[in-house]
Design a protein around this ligand. Structure first.
Ligand code: AMP
Length: 483
């Protein structure tokens, strides 16, 4: 196996890589880094986000910088501000011990002046979103004559977001003899066209099969009657108290409605869609990143570039129209070597869509039954047990309260006290699930036992979730209802 110290990286860069916590290279790094260090050639990397592709192209281009030349030598183009910031931060970590190497990120949605100043101080590697880059080129505030490598990161996303014209304009301004490194999760026609137009005999690095989803992701689906999808969603959330995830909807309206219903029902969710202002969007993403928000309900476009590790689940609440979007959605989980689950909640008529995706990703879905109330209770209890085991106790503060509690409940046994605490904790859950229908029953008649509110529609109040108090609040930073 190739290790980082056998790849031909400089000792200074190696130090930064080690300090970033990278011990062994991921497959795309193993393939691309030694190649790019030794060769001057175009490269196509078919790799998803989460595979370690940033370092795969980043390490060679950082080590290649000539600090004595103050003009930009590599240009990295990526679709979103978030990804731009992430790449810049990661590059800076790697380059920490490389004296005199300057890396500057420029992206839309932020004042251009500070970015122009940073560029004018001298940038060796520029990481940019296409719109902002073009703006800067048109203002003649960047010298591109010494660019020797251009990276197109998440090329498929850039095309999806309508950056094709901008990319053409930018690439035509860069020197003809540069190398182009193109990274993409998928290879739709548009990306293949860019490769044909701008690249010469590219070296191909593929991680997994083309279009294959990450091996760390388990794909499951639940098939229910169309009108039961919202109830199924809640049941799934209830049975996974530690879920930290993203629920994908197809349209903004769906996103808003679903988030609103879940919020009304007491879940710790917020919507992320294109109607939010930049500040609102930033605020929601920040809350999600620091985990004071447990679940995002998002449109595909709004969730692009959102870079959060540890996402445990992605939920396809409505199935995407284009198959490839499924890969992007599920790629938000199972990152950096962690396990993730991609869930699809479909109506009984949509099973053919699952078959199509299975073909595309080369992986099977497992069909799961909607968990019954007993499974919800059991999982909630397991979560409580774990929290009891993990809680840090400040004896000084807790002991007097415990003593006072026993004094006040003098006649009650310890077991009885625990029982009552649990009954309190589960009270709302019990009442919510008292009439819970079997959502797996394809023939169940309408109007029967609607989980606490007539009609099974989206909105409603008084259903189970306000119960998410003390115990079941998970460990999400303490911002859930009542925790
Ligand atoms: P990327 O696909 O470049 O977005 O990387 C996904 C995440 O994996 C990032 O947070 C990286 O910091 C992390 N990562 C990438 N390569 C490695 C590695 N060799 N060892 C540990 N973590 C890594």
């Amino acid at each position: 196996m190739v290790t980082f110290d056998k790849m031909g990286l400089s000792p200074e860069l190696l130090k930064g890589v080690t300090e970033a916590g990278f011990e062994k290279p991921t497959p795309v790094q193993e393939k691309a880094v030694p190649f790019l260090i030794k060769n001057r050639r175009d490269l196509i990397g078919l790799a998803q986000t989460g595979t370690g592709k940033t370092a795969a192209f980043g390490l060679p281009i950082i080590d290649d910088v000539d600090p004595s030349n103050k003009t930009p030598q590599s240009l990295v183009l990526c679709p979103t501000r978030e990804l731009c910031l992430q790449i810049t931060t990661e590059f800076k970590k790697f380059a920490k011990y490389k004296t005199g190497v300057s890396i500057v990120g420029v992206y839309g949605g932020a004042p251009i002046d500070a970015q122009l100043r940073a560029l004018s101080k001298g940038a060796h590697i520029v990481v940019a979103t296409p719109g902002r880059m073009l703006d800067i080129i048109r203002r003649k505030r960047i010298v591109l004559t010494n660019i020797n490598r251009v990276v197109l990161d998440e090329a498929d996303e850039m095309l999806n977001m309508g950056f094709k014209e901008d990319l053409n304009a930018i690439l035509s301004e860069t020197p003809a003899e540069k190398d182009t490194l193109l990274f993409s999760a998928t290879m739709p026609k548009g990306v293949a066209t860019i490769a044909m137009d701008y690249m010469e005999d590219p070296y191909e690095v593929t991680v997994g099969k083309k279009n294959q989803a990450s091996e760390n992701i388990t794909h499951v689906y639940y098939a229910v009657q169309a009108r039961d999808k919202y109830l199924a969603l809640k049941r799934i959330l209830d049975s996974e108290p530690n879920l930290y995830g993203i629920i994908f909807c197809r349209t903004r309206q769906d996103t808003k409605d679903t988030a609103e219903s879940l919020m009304k029902d007491g879940y710790n969710v917020e919507p992320l869609h294109g109607d939010l202002s930049h500040a609102q969007r930033e605020s929601v993403m920040k809350k999600f990143r620091v985990r004071s928000l447990q679940v995002l309900v998002a449109t595909d476009v709004a969730a692009r570039g959102l870079d959060v590790e540890d996402v445990t689940h992605t939920v396809n609440y409505s199935m995407p129209e284009e198959l490839e979007i499924y890969t992007h959605r599920s790629g938000r989980t199972g990152r950096a070597g962690k396990k993730g689950t991609s869930i699809a909640i479909i109506s009984l008529r949509e099973e053919f869509k699952i078959k199509r995706i299975e073909k595309m990703i080369g992986q099977k879905f497992e069909r799961l039954q909607i968990p019954p109330a007993s499974a919800v209770f059991e999982n909630q209890l397991t979560n409580i047990v774990k929290r009891i085991e993990d809680v840090k106790i400040d004896d000084e503060k807790v002991d007097p309260l415990v003593n006072s509690l026993f004094e006040k409940l003098g006649d009650m046994s310890e077991k009885d006290i625990v029982k009552r605490l649990l009954a309190m904790e589960f009270q709302q859950l019990f009442s919510y699930y008292e009439k819970a229908p079997d959502l797996n029953d394809p023939g169940r008649s309408s109007g029967s036992g609607r989980e606490g509110r007539g009609g099974g529609g989206r909105s409603g109040s008084g259903s189970g979730r306000e119960r998410f108090s003390r115990f079941s609040g998970g460990n999400r930073g303490g911002n859930r209802g009542g925790s």
